[in-house]
Design a protein around this ligand. Structure first.
Ligand code: HEM
Ligand code: HEM
Length: 233
């Protein structure tokens, strides 16, 4: 049995959900949380860089990198270059985003790496870097022999999707953790900000679902315009 719905339509929905989640996280951090700053006496502004870069830089750009093979009309070699460059940018922005969380902790005299979120997050970004290096060596430079590429590709896809979903799970834990901190210090549980954060995290779940669907569905389906009888196979 094979999946026969073409991926392209799902990539459009993924772009839309990615853009919506990017706008929502910016509204949260800028409008509700006071904005972003690298140097500030109000250390919360340094923290705010963390969710923005992790979501827009790491999760949304990483998702766009994954769907680039299905979303773009160009030749395979061009798409490969875009796939690897977008993943590299996602990795760099993710690393800067994590640095911002450490910077905030250090400047506020808060200990580091005490949460499940931080452990899974560090694991996810390390695995992401390993996946990138293996992908680069096998499929780009110097490039493995065709037989090895063929063997490696299903593992690359499987491991890539696993690592990506681990990163998405980390972001979900992050939203939950931050919102819990805020609620414990007085934020209304049914207020507009709590609703916005939960809704943003929900949009991210749907974004990830459409990224995975775009990756597992075929780019083209043969003869998908004509009727064929459903058979029990
Ligand atoms: C895939 C995305 C993410 C990764 C890989 C990640 C990773 C990390 C890491 C490694 C730390 C530890 C910093 C330290 O110990 O000094 C951290 C802290 C934190 N992150 Fe994230 N993060 C991600 C997304 C998010 C998002 C979207 C939020 C939402 C607000 C968030 C909220 C927090 C909070 C509240 C902390 C401080 C408390 C703690 O250390 O657990 N994170 N993150
Ligand atoms: C952390 C980084 C990476 C992740 C998470 C990742 C993930 C994925 C995923 C999920 C797919 C399946 C896409 C689809 O079939 O629609 C894929 C395909 C592919 N990736 Fe990566 N990838 C990464 C880095 C790289 C790098 C650096 C290269 C080097 C060129 C590369 C080369 C490829 C190739 C050649 C394909 C096969 C496209 C095809 O013919 O179906 N990837 N990757």
């Amino acid at each position: 049995m094979a999946l026969t719905v073409p991926a392209l339509g799902f990539t459009f929905v993924a772009h839309l959900l990615g853009a919506v989640s990017a706008v929502l996280v910016l509204v949260w951090c800028i409008h509700f949380r006071g904005g972003l700053a690298w140097e500030a006496t109000n250390k919360s502004l340094i923290f705010n860089i963390h969710p923005v870069l992790m979501l827009i830089g790491f999760i949304v750009l990483g998702g766009e990198a994954i769907i680039s093979y299905k979303a773009l009309p160009w030749r395979k070699e061009m798409k490969k270059l875009i796939h690897l460059i977008l993943h590299a940018i996602a990795l760099i922005l993710g690393a800067v985003g994590i640095y911002a969380a450490f910077k905030y902790h250090n400047e506020s005299a808060i200990v580091n790496l005490y949460s499940l979120h931080s452990w899974v997050g560090l694991g996810a970004i390390c695995l992401y870097a390993i996946q990138w290096i293996f992908g680069f060596i096998i499929f780009f430079y110097p490039g493995a022999a065709p037989a090895i590429r063929g063997e490696a590709l299903p593992w690359h896809v499987l491991f890539g999707l696993f690592v990506y979903l681990l990163a998405v799970g980390t972001a979900e834990l992050g939203f939950l953790e931050k919102l819990t901190f805020l609620e414990n210090s007085g934020l209304a549980k049914y207020g507009p900000e709590a609703f916005l954060v939960n809704f943003t995290a929900l949009v991210v779940v749907f974004f990830a679902a459409f990224v995975v669907l775009s990756a597992v569905l075929p780019a083209h389906t043969e003869d998908n315009m004509s009727y064929t009888a459903i058979t029990d196979e």
